[in-house]
Ligand binder design. Structure first.
Ligand code: ADP
Ligand code: MG
Length: 1132
């Protein structure tokens, strides 16, 4: 096996696996040699053996922490930090929950080792404000728990009197999130029983030494420890320990953990109560019955306690001195004896303290517990009380040693038994190594049917008198044949004489030695009973913390069921613990105590030899040497290391085992280092494993570098491309901008040049133009002058010419005039001559003709001729008329004009005659009805034409007379009868109510004698007016149907007054009325067309005024009464 320089360079060998020759002596010698050179840590593979130096060593500094951080386990000196680092890294990188198991005798350095592990992990596991707070809380929980749970024993000045298992929880990055502390059975008997050379729990001394005067006053405590019964009479001081400073430290620690001031205060108050209970003196007093019972010697302590916890003195006093027993549902109060009283008091103190300790652990857990639900990795650190052999061992030592027995069993199981079994199972060649299996002792104690604890429970629950002696008798009986159990009785049975074993004791051969236990108090401690009166009294206290510690004191919740015994509780919690530990990857720290005197440098061979033996270190080395340090199933192994070989990276196609073989074959690993099991690969030395891990780490960093390089390359490339693109954009923009600027500049310059050039050109042009203009003006002037000159000359010439012309014209005119006048004179002369000659010839011809024809003509022929011509003309005129007569339509009044003037009168006369004749012809062809109709219409026109606007509209409407259909409608029978044969007109009219102007419909019948008004519903004549009674009728000028029927005052109906009516056929109605009246009375109707008229209403006269409104066409007139004498009719 290749030796590691770091393990060889030191004193002796760092790893006992390398020891040669291997024997108990050489092993011891190696440990001793190393111890003497202050090399307290030695390995057996990855198990650390730590020998307590009893002196501070300079190997726990931050520099050393840095040295071991991420170290190669075998490249550095053996150290507890190396195993802590390995465990932490396996947890963080290997994703496996870890536990650190620290075992050893009391005082071997377990608690110190656990603190070192914790502080190392805290130092390396990430930083940050929150992480640091969690770390602080986790670390500070230790001094607080130590103050309440540790005490000075003969073996150890800071002995843990409780078991502690702390799970520290980490997130996936390996940063601590929090933790959970589990505590195991506190040795509470220590509270009430001071032992010589030992101390009670540290907190009492610390409180008294470190509490401020005021605090002590408030807690009603005195600084002197000797005043407290539970603290013993010895000098409490410990060399090198400052209780006062420690008290201040735990106060600070509590604050860091998160205790409120009130919680801290309550905790100390309850602690003070426990101390004071020790001062409650119970003495004898005689009762009335003559029986001696216990009573308070001095009430001060009880008073002070009651003031502290808010309870009436009498309640506590009674609970301390009396006991209520329930028998057959009856409560009987019995006085306690002094011994019972003291027992009750001590039980109360123990219970308060024990429960307070549990509360403390829970409170710390509340602060450090992890709330997040994310997946957690867990590292458990177990620091349990070590194996103990005192002079007088009691129930506590028994359970402590049982616990150690179980841990040893775990160790054996994992490192010796299972490992060997696994080699066989996996088909690895193996020579078995013998070792002592302590299962038999574990069974002796814990077997659920026949074990010690089961028997003890049985006894405790058994009715009848149970004493420690009866228990011992039972034990002797049950374990008579057990080779690990001994007592006086079994000894005598085996004929062994042993004076060292008293009759009240039994002995158990533990893996770590024989321990003699005194059976006394086993029953009592296992029962762990507290009188119900006391728990009820505590529950009655006002103090919230104390009260919460005794929930069973609540009478409502009082249960008669016995609580589980201390032994069975402990057994259950140890079983849970073991299950928990088996679920994790174990890391062992085996502590060895070099001497019993707690002095540095002393190495008691025998003592160490014994520990080496019972710890099975030699067997451990042997198995380790022959065996393999590391094993793993093929698949995870391949997954973990596949990057080390090109064949297996990144993917291996074949089976896992073939993959692992190919992988390891490609690496320079000596074949002796490896063994291929059925399902697992075995690696012999940790060095190979660490070598593999180193390679893996290196390879991973290479791969990471590769990925990084690729990523960086990609990032740089994209960055570059982006930059390039940006640069192109920028330069394009810049160029554009520059060109734009240049262009603007050029444009400006060009404009300037252009302006100059244009200016210059313009000026030149202007000059030229000016010159031209001047030339032009000059030439114009010259030409003007020239033209003027020429014009004037021409004018002169023209004037001359005109003058000549005029002169010639005048002359010619005169000449022509002269000639014309002469010609005219000649012509006149000629015509006159000509006329004279013609007249003379006519007269001559006439004379000749007359003379010639005289003989042919009678006298008067010329008149006859003239008449003939006249008649011919008339004839022609009439014949022409006959053919061109105008149409016969009556409305056509056209007539041709007269062709000769002398016919004008005749023509006019003819026109009239023709028109009359046309009319006559039209009249002749009319039927009598039509004639009558036209006569009606004619009558209407005579009455209304030009007087009432309505007339024009009525021309087109024929007069129907009967509008009601009297003949057809049987309803009108009565009316029909009334007008029989005489009916002229029947129509519906609106009658205006003379009182208010409202209108009501009425039927109006005009007969040849009467006007009848009837109600349309009843159809019976209502008012009959004789035609002769009608004085007159008034109508308006407008196109409405309103009319007033004025009646003569003497008529029968006339007394009521005139009728105001509205008719749709007013023109017809009035015309008919007129005609009928004319017919029957030979009197014409007096019709008035006016805008204002007066009527007689009820013998008074009412003035009616007609007002034309712009209401829409066709609407009926509206009558409005204006006072009693006036009425307005709104028409349109
Ligand atoms: N590594 C160490 N360096 C220095 N002193 C130690 C070391 N380990 C233990 N001790 C001393 O031994 C005493 C007992 O150790 P402790 O851890 O309390 O024992 P255990 O818990 O095993 O009973 C400690 O108080 C301390 O003085
Ligand atoms: Mg300890």
């Amino acid at each position: 096996m290749e030796a590691n320089p770091s393990l060889l360079d030191t004193v002796g060998v760092g790893d006992l696996v390398l020891l040669d020759p291997l024997s108990e002596e050489s092993l011891l010698q190696n440990l001793k040699e190393r111890f003497q050179h202050q090399e307290i840590y030695t390995y057996i593979g990855n198990v650390v053996i730590s020998v307590n130096p009893y002196a501070p060593l300079p190997i726990y500094s931050p520099q050393v922490v840095e040295e071991y951080r991420n170290c190669n386990f075998f490249a550095v000196k053996p150290h507890i930090y190396a195993i802590a680092d390995d465990a932490y890294r396996s947890l963080r990188d290997g994703d496996r929950d870890q536990c650190v198991l620290i075992t050893g005798e009391s005082g071997a350095g377990k608690t110190e080792a656990s603190k070192q592990v914790m502080s190392y992990v805290a130092a390396v596991c990430g930083k940050g404000e929150q992480v640091n707070q969690v770390k602080e809380q986790l670390l500070k929980s230790n001094p607080v728990l130590e103050a309440f749970g540790n005490a000075k024993t003969i073996r150890n000045d800071n002995s843990s009197r409780f078991g502690k298992y702390m799970d520290v929880e980490f997130d996936f990055k390996g940063e601590p999130l929090g933790g959970v502390i589990t505590n195991y059975l506190l040795e509470k008997s220590r509270v009430v029983r001071p032992v010589r050379g030992e101390r009670n729990f540290h907190i009492f001394y610390q409180l008294l030494a470190g509490g401020s005067d005021q605090l002590l006053r408030e807690l009603k405590l005195e600084r002197d420890c000797k005043r407290y019964g539970y603290l013993g009479r010895e000098d409490p001081r410990l060399p090198g320990v400052d209780d006062a400073a420690n008290f201040r430290a735990i106060q600070a620690a509590m604050r860091v953990i998160g205790f409120s001031a009130a919680e801290e205060r309550a905790l100390l108050e309850v602690t003070a109560v426990v101390l004071k209970l020790g001062n409650v003196q119970l003495g004898g007093q005689f009762q009335a019955s003559g029986m001696e019972s216990c009573g308070l010697q001095d009430t001060r302590a009880v008073q002070e306690i009651c003031q502290l916890i808010g309870l009436e003195d009498s309640v506590l006093e009674r609970a301390l001195c009396f006991r209520t027993v329930e028998a057959k549902r009856e409560k009987v109060v019995t006085a306690l004896s002094i011994a019972q009283g003291c027992y009750g008091r001590d039980a109360l103190a123990k219970n308060i303290y024990g429960r307070l300790f549990d509360w403390l652990v829970n409170r710390i857990n509340q602060s450090i517990k992890v709330n997040s639900s994310e997946q957690k990795k867990v590292m458990g650190v177990l620091d349990i009380y070590g194996f103990e052999i005192f002079k007088d061992n009691s129930f506590e030592q028994f359970v402590i040693n049982y616990c150690n027995e179980k841990l040893q069993q775990g160790f054996i199981l994992l490192t010796l038994k299972e490992e060997q079994e696994e080699y066989v199972r996996e088909g690895i060649q193996w020579t078995p190594v013998d070792f002592f299996d302590n299962s038999i002792i574990c069974n002796l104690i814990e077997d659920s049917a026949r074990g010690f604890l089961a028997l003890l429970d049985e006894e405790c629950l058994r009715p009848g008198p149970v004493t420690d002696q009866t228990v011992l008798a039972k034990l002797n009986q049950r374990f008579a044949q057990h080779e690990h159990y001994e007592s006086r009785e079994t000894q005598s049975a085996r004929r062994i004489m042993d004076a060292s074993l008293p009759s009240t004791c039994f002995r158990i051969h533990h893996y770590a030695g024989k321990v003699t236990y005194n059976v006394s108090e086993f029953v009592e401690k296992n029962n762990d009973l507290l009188f119900r009166d006391l728990s009820q009294a505590m529950w009655k206290a006002q103090h919230p913390l104390l009260r919460s510690l005794f929930p069973e004191g609540d009478p409502q919740k009082a249960s008669l069921r016995r609580p589980p015994t201390a032994g069975s509780q402990f057994k259950a919690s140890v079983t849970t613990l073991m299950k928990n530990l088996y679920a994790k990857n174990p890391n062992y720290i085996r502590c060895i105590k070099p001497n019993d005197n707690k002095v540095p440098g002393e190495f008691t061979d025998v003592l160490v030899q014994m520990q080496v033996r019972y710890l099975g270190l030699l067997e451990n080395v042997r198995v380790r040497r022959a065996g393999y340090a590391y094993r793993q199933a093929y698949d995870p192994c391949l997954q973990r290391y596949k990057m080390l070989c090109k064949q297996t990276w990144p993917h291996w196609k074949g089976g896992a085992r073939a993959g692992v073989e190919a992988l390891l074959a490609s690496l320079p690993v000596p074949p002796t280092e490896l063994a291929y099991g059925h399902t697992k690969i075995f690696i012999r030395t940790p060095r190979t494993l660490f070598d593999l891990e180193d390679r893996r780490r290196q390879r991973i960093s290479e791969l990471a570098a590769l990925i990084q390089a690729a990523y960086r390359g990609w990032r740089c490339r994209t960055q570059y491309q982006l930059m390039r693109k940006s640069q192109i954009v920028i330069s394009a923009w810049f160029r554009g901008h520059a060109q734009k600027n240049r262009y603007v500049q050029m444009k400006r310059s060009a404009l300037l040049i252009q302006a100059y050039a244009r200016g210059w050109k313009s000026r030149r042009l202007l000059r030229e133009l000016k010159h031209d203009r001047r030339c032009h003006q000059a030439s114009a002037t010259i030409s003007a002058y020239w033209k003027g000159y020429k014009s004037r000359r021409l004018l002169r010439e023209l004037k001359q010419e005109r003058r000549c012309h005029q002169a010639s014209a005048t002359i010619s005119a005169y000449w022509k005039g002269y000639k014309s006048r002469r010609l005219l004179r000649e012509l006149k002369q000629e015509r006159r001559c000509h006329q004279a000659s013609a007249t003379i010839s006519a007269y001559w011809k006439g004379y000749k003709t007359r003379k010639e024809y005289k003989k042919y003509f009678r006298s008067g022929a010329s008149i006859r001729l003239a008449n003939f011509i006249y008649r011919r003309l008339l004839q022609k005129f009439f014949v022409g008329l006959r053919t061109g007569l105008p149409p016969l339509a009556v409305s056509d009044r056209s007539w041709p004009a007269a062709p000769y003037k002398f016919l004008a009168n005749t023509n006019e006369e003819l026109k009239k005659i023709f028109y009359c004749w046309k009319c006559k012809k039209y009249r002749d062809q009319l039927t009598p009805q039509r004639k009558a109709q036209l006569q009606d219409k004619l009558c209407a026109s005579e009455l209304f034409k030009g007087k009432k606007t309505l007339y024009a509209k009525s021309i087109q409407q024929p007069f129907q007379g009967e509008y009601l259909g009297l003949q057809k409608n049987p309803k009108y029978k009565a009316l029909q009868a009334a007008a029989k044969g005489k009916l002229v007109l029947a129509d519906t009219v609106q009658k205006v109510n003379r009182a208010n102007g409202k209108m009501v419909p009425r039927l109006l019948l005009l007969t040849k004698e009467h006007v009848i008004l009837a109600d349309p519903k009843a159809a019976q004549p209502k008012t009959v007016v004789s035609l002769s009674d009608i004085r007159s009728v008034s109508v308006t000028r407008f196109s409405d149907g309103f009319f007033v029927l004025h009646l003569s005052e003497i008529s029968t109906v006339g007394t009521k007054g005139d009728f105001l009516l509205v008719s749709d056929h007013l023109i017809e109605l009035v015309t008919k009325l007129h005609q009928t009246m004319l017919e029957s009375t030979a009197k014409a109707l007096d019709l008035k067309v006016a805008d204002e008229f007066s009527t007689q209403l009820n013998k008074s006269s009412v003035a009616i005024r007609v007002v034309e409104t712009t209401k829409k066409e066709g609407a009926a007139p509206v009558c409005k009464k204006k006072g009693s004498q006036r009425m307005e009719v709104l028409v349109h």
